[in-house]
Design a binder for this molecule. Structure first.
Ligand SMILES: Cc1cc2nc3c(=O)[nH]c(=O)nc-3n(C[C@H](O)[C@H](O)[C@H](O)COP(=O)(O)OP(=O)(O)OC[C@H]3O[C@@H](n4cnc5c(N)ncnc54)[C@H](O)[C@@H]3O)c2cc1C
Length: 387
């Protein structure tokens, strides 16, 4: 443990930069191991991609996963119910984690082929995936419009959902209960390095001298890493992380009551029912830089998609629309490891479309790595300088 903080400087064991689901989960995990943790967030905690996302948690099987990416998914899927329960006990906040099952549908031949391949992969991993014919879809999902050609339908009983804004609230309250210092509206204006070591940072006039730092700054991670790496001259070329924002727009409808439970997925679009009758309809996948506006075409397309599958939503009220920026690495695999050229700075970012799902396992392996332990999962495929 580091010595106690003086009045104008903090000396935590770990500093986390970024208060999305990844940063909060890592902070909660590290604090749970008895460490002193400070988290710096430039705006409000938990209001970016992690808030904007849909909270779909597709099934995975940690026992049969051989590939580290699948192991990360499998471990997360195993941890999510445990984390949800512990957070509920600690904070009283119910994140609405629920095993709902999920239906996957295809009307387009290309999407039908992808769905067939996905089902075979699930079967190989020992994840239950039921192929349904049109009559079975109609019988089990009476709210669905089956009077259209469905080329492929698969039901995944192991799919779960979480209400992400509530999960974020539970995590931030849980962090505070574990003694994490959360500094909102706070940005790092100075990185003080000594060779390969980060000694301290300054954030809004506050000096923080941590043992190690983890950048969990989502879609902004390349900017933050560049800012930090620019502070130092490197003898040769170093491989910097590359992360771009991928916009996802969503529409929220209010159906008055929940009349279906399983999320409906087709290609990149989906409908996710919440317990209180709200239905989330998402999402676009767009390169629009850091622009988070909504576009009329996308909102119309998502609304039509919802009505094509669930005609009863015609009477639903549109509550609001929003968008979020998914953090995407070039190969769409998250970066989990040390930042090249620095020995006490780590990066956990680039989770693209699965950051909510992958957050508990990310927190566990990053906490192990940062504490000098052997991570439970081989982090080689996630290393920052993978080229
Ligand atoms: C429309 C949409 C739907 C999605 N659906 C799902 C889903 O169903 N399931 C799933 O698993 N995932 C989903 N995702 C993906 C998931 O939301 C992201 O992968 C995940 O939220 C990334 O978390 P993060 O903590 O890395 O990023 P963020 O939540 O964006 O958090 C990063 C934080 O860092 C802060 N920050 C940035 N720069 C600085 C700085 N210089 N100093 C301090 N703080 C800084 C930001 O303000 C932000 O709060 C979806 C995403 C979108 C947009």
């Amino acid at each position: 443990m580091s010595p106690l903080p003086s009045s104008n400087s903090l000396r935590p064991d770990f500093l986390i930069v970024g208060g999305g689901v990844i940063g909060l989960s890592i902070a909660w995990e590290l604090a749970g191991q008895g460490h002193r943790v400070v988290l710096v967030e430039k705006h409000e905690i938990g209001r970016e991609a992690s808030w904007a996302g849909a909270g779909l948690l597709p099934p995975a099987n940690p026992q049969q996963a051989w590939d580290p990416q699948e192991q990360l998914r499998g471990l997360s899927h195993q941890l999510f119910p445990q984390w949800s329960q512990r957070l509920r006990e600690q904070t009283g906040i119910d994140n609405e984690f629920e095993l709902t099952g999920g239906i996957y549908l295809a009307r387009d031949p290309g999407e039908a082929a992808s769905l067939r391949i996905a089902r075979l992969q699930y079967e190989e991993e020992g994840v239950e995936a039921e192929r349904l014919d049109q009559a079975e879809v109609a019988r089990r999902f009476p709210h669905l419009q089956v009077d259209q050609e469905i080329l492929e339908a698969v039901y995944l009983p192991g799919e779960a959902v979480v209400r992400n804004p509530r999960h974020l609230r539970a995590l931030s309250v849980g962090c505070r209960r574990r003694g994490v210092v959360l500094l909102e509206h706070s940005e790092i204006d100075r990185w003080n390095l000594d060779g390969e070591r980060l000694l301290s940072v300054e954030a809004n006039g506050q000096k923080i001298a941590p043992g190690a730092v983890c950048l969990a700054t989502g879609a902004w991670s390349q900017l933050v890493a560049d800012q930090l790496l620019d502070e130092r001259e490197f003898p040769g070329r170093i491989q910097r992380p590359e992360i771009e924002p991928i916009r996802g727009q969503l529409v929220l409808l209010d159906a008055g009551e929940r009349f279906f439970k399983s999320p409906i997925n087709e290609g990149i679009r989906y409908l996710v029912p919440r317990r209180d009758g709200l239905v989330l309809v998402g999402a676009t996948v767009e390169e629009a830089g850091f622009d988070k506006s909504n576009t009329a075409d996308a909102i119309e397309d998502l609304t039509q998609f919802a009505l094509q599958w669930v005609p009863r939503l015609k009477t639903a009220r549109r509550v609001k629309t929003w968008s979020g920026l998914r953090p995407a690495s070039v190969d769409r695999i998250p970066y989990l490891g040390k930042l090249p050229g620095l020995n006490n700075v780590y990066l956990a970012a680039g989770h693209y479309r699965s950051g909510l799902h992958l957050s508990p396992a990310t927190a566990v392996v990053m906490s192990q790595l940062m504490r000098g332990q052997q991570p439970l999962i081989d982090l080689e495929p996630f290393r920052v300088n993978r080229g």
